[in-house]
Each structure stands twice: as C-alpha cells, then as structure tokens.
Design a protein around this ligand. Sequence first.
Ligand code: PPS
Length: 571
Amino acid sequence: MYPQNLAPIPELYVSYDSAQKLKVEAADLVSHDLTPRQICDLELLMNGGFNPLKGFLSEEDYDSVVENMRLTDGTLWPMPITLDVSESFADSLEIGQDIALRDQEGVILGTMTVTDRWVPNKAREAEKVFGADDDAHPAVNYLHNKAGKVYLGGPVTGIQQPVHYDFRARRDTPNELRAYFRKLGWRKVVAFQTRNPLHRAHQELTFRAAKEAQANLLIHPVVGMTKPGDVDHFTRVRCYEAVLDKYPQSTTTMSLLNLAMRMAGPREAVWHGLIRKNHGCTHFIVGRDHAGPGKNSKGEDFYGPYDAQDLFREHEAEIGIEMVDFKHMVYVQERAQYEPMDEIADKDDVTILNISGTELRRRLSEGLDIPEWFSFPEVVAELRKTKPPRSQQGFTVFFTGLSGSGKSTIANALMVKLMEMGGRPVTLLDGDIVRKNLSSELGFSKEHRDLNIRRIGYVASEITKNGGIAICAPIAPYATTRRAVREEIEQFGAFIEVHVATSIEECERRDRKGLYKLAREGKIKEFTGISDPYDVPENPELRVETENVEVDNCAHQVILKLESLGLIAGQ
Ligand code: PPS
C-alpha cells in the first residue's frame, strides 16, 4: 500500500486504443477551439491536477463554487473552472451533445458531453471569486473582456495531453510526480509555487520550509498563464535551472506546472494547495501576498498581505496539505543572511535590506547594479539578456484622436526624429496606410474598427517584441480595444498612448479631406465624432493640444515623454 499522497490519482484519459477510436469518431463532432487558458484548464482536468473535477463545471456546481467555494456535494473547490464560448457557438448546440475539444492547431485533446449551458452573472463571479468587480484585476478583466458570454458544462473524456515542445523533460503529470516520489522514497514533500524568477530570498525561504516540515522540496513553477507583464516562462525556467544547482540534488526537484493562474489571492492559495495535494505533496508554502493581483483601480491592494494564509489556515484540514507559512523575508546585512521580518528581534540595531519587485524591474530596465546579496549572478545574467535596458527595448507610440486631428502629421514628424537618432528600426502604422495594406476589406462598423485596431496592435506587438519602434496613428475610438492592444504590447515593451486632443469643432473647421461635410450631410455613415462615438482616453501617457501649436513642437513633446520614460537615451 502506498501512503495516500503517493497512490495513483484518477485521470480522465481513456486507454490508448479507445483514444485512437475516439479520435476517428470525433471527426463527426462539432469542434470547439480552446483558448490558451482553456487548454491549461483542460490539461489539469484530464491529468488529475484538478481532481475531483470530472469536467467543466455544471451550472449548479458553478453557482455553488462562486457562492460557497464548494461543489454542490460539499467538496471544497474555490475556483470556477468553466468553458466559456461565444453565444453563437452555444446556440448551435443541443444539451446532451458531445463536442470535440481541440487545441489551436486543431488537434483533438478530449471530448465533452454538454450537460449545461448558461449565461453567467459575471459581475457576481468577479465580486465573489476575485473580491471586486474591477477590471484592474487581471482575471476580472479576462472575465469581462476576453471570456465568451456563455458557459458550457459537462464531463470530459480525455484523449491526449496537449503537446509541449519546450522543457518536455521538466513537465510532469500528478501521477508522474507521485511515481517519482515513490521511487525516491520521498514521503514528505513541500511544494513551492512561483511565477517569478527565484532569488536568494526565495531560496532561503524554501530551505527553511523544507527544514521546518522535514520534507523534500518540489519547486513547482507555473508555466501556463501568469500575470500579464511577468517575465516569460522560457527565461524563468532558464533561471530556475541555474538556481537548481544550488540545491542538494538528493532532496530537491523541480517540475513545471501548466496552470493558468487567476491571481485570486486567498481563493487561489486554497486552489494551489488542492492542486499540489493532487501532485503528491504533503506541504505547501504560502508566503506574503500569495498570487496577488497588484493594485485595484483606486491604487489599493485587492487583498491584505496575509489574507491568503488566513483562508488557507481555515480550510487546511480539508485541503489535505499542510501550510508552511512565511512572513516577508528580508536580508540582514550584519548577519549576511535572510530572515523573516517578524522574527528579527533586534530590528533597530541591524541594517535590513530589501529590493522589491518594482525596484528590481527598475534596475533591470535602467541597467543598474543588482547586488549579489539579492540574487545569483546567473539569474541576473539571464534576466538582463531578455530585458535589456529600456533605452534598447522596443516600444509602441500609439496616437489616437479624431479624423483630421493631426495624428498622421505628428506621427510622421516623430518617425523622422526617431530615425535621425538611429539605434532602432522605426515602423509607421498610420490609419490610412493600414487601411490600404492590412485592412483594405474593412469598413467602419464597430466590429470592423475593432478588427482594424487589433491588427495594428498585433503588428505593433511583434515590432515591439523584436526591439523596434512602432508608431501607430489610427482613430482607435474605443477605449476597450485600446486597452486590449495596450495589454498585448506591454508584454513586450512600453506602450505610450498619445491623445491628439484636437476638438471636434477644430477638426470640422479644418476638414482637410472634406469628410466632415459629407458626414454632416449623411453621405458618410458612422463617422467618428459625428455619428459614431469617440471615447476620450482617460489616462493617456501624453495628451497633445494641436490648436496654435506647431507640428514640430507636438512631435517634440512626444520625444521628451519618451526620454522621461527612459526609452531614448544618449548613446
Ligand atoms: S479606426 O476607427 O481607428 O478603425 O479608423 P482608421 O483606421 O484610423 O481610419 C480613419 C480614416 O478613415 C477615413 N474615414 C473615416 N473615419 C472615421 N469614420 C468614418 N466613418 C470614416 N470613413 C472614412 C478618415 O479619413 C480617417 O482618416 P484620418 O487620418 O483619421 O483623418
């Protein structure tokens, strides 16, 4: 008999032969192409990471999870695992129908029998699960702006795991980890969840946790979806590999977890605990501000720094994994070691050093020193490779404003000034140029405008990712679309929104292309500012007034802004 944490855990996969048969039969099924987040969820549903779930939640279970953190049978489960789809797809289905769940290349991963279909109350989900209906929370933003309107629920039949081409040897299913622990005779295992590179404080924390629990250590980083803006997982895994050498090989291992985090703080900590229990662990580290989403739209923290520990403690027995809690770890210079802040008795007599995540990002982006007491040179070198100083990174300047506001003219002037400086390639994605080359089939309906802006955003994000400068100058009238583009680009570099704030009266007075006249006469429909809305940017990085101001001066204001953000610097 194995100890309970090491016995095999149920999976949703069918046998190899049945899977081959199902694959053929599934050719006749209606397909749903999974989103990246759904692929992560499905993988953990199928491999037992989300045990005891047997599929995407039914409506009743969803309601119960949202309200009480429990399935209808009373089992503790804090996170709604739902299959969100578009209204049109949902409408095309019959209850009881089987659908094929496919990855983005069309490869079938599983099937689902649709038992439930409903329109969720997303505001309630946001309030109950994430603590606030505030789009500054990444998962609430996802819920309202990315997730489909309708949820489908039903049991899943697993056919095959999603294929990962990266770090294959480092990925393990719950059963693979359990088997590994059995093989090594590891009875007690403490898991460390992370979405950040490991620095010395983390290492100390994990050493202490392993000692405290008298357990082996599993470093279990998330490589699915984390918080927008995080260091990409390729870089992080290279960093982890560098740090792994500093742990005793016989007591520590690392495995990558393809989880899509929600940054739900307290509920997320409980969820992470359940997932680690399923992966064969007996202990779980919960530190300060576990899975914290950052600040809300009022600039306050969504959760208290130890809320996650409190909720975990309340449910610890039921989760079935012991919490190893830690307060904030800081470096005590006189003793040359890390200590939990609350255990330092002589606080007033020693020098306490700490570098916050924000400070680290600042030092990296400005190419400043990162001391050895803070991190390992190998980790810093990896981070510097992916995050060169800001003045060498790509970025996007995104002009927005009414037709005729002067966007293109200022954008052109800016381009020339940047090209004069040299150093990075510059691409201009002007409204008219894009409509000719990228979006020639599109009109000016909301749908088409969104598509147009998303295309521009996509190209700009690629340019930014590869170290270039993208200057965009569409009208981009809708705030939600601008926000989506911002998020896409900010994964790779800075996004500078410049509102060209020429008033509608002035644009109409100038009427360079004669379009306002035609719009007034009703000869052009859905004309921005006349018969179609323009959401004035609330917090652009820069607002330029053009009335009685030279174009050169407007472009220069942008240059000064870029300089103040550290994006251009002396060579
Ligand atoms: S959008 O809304 O961002 O997709 O618009 P954009 O791609 O920037 O295209 C705007 C240019 O198209 C011309 N045009 C119109 N603009 C607004 N509304 C309507 N209905 C419309 N029909 C044609 C107009 O010349 C815009 O150019 P700019 O350079 O902005 O003046």
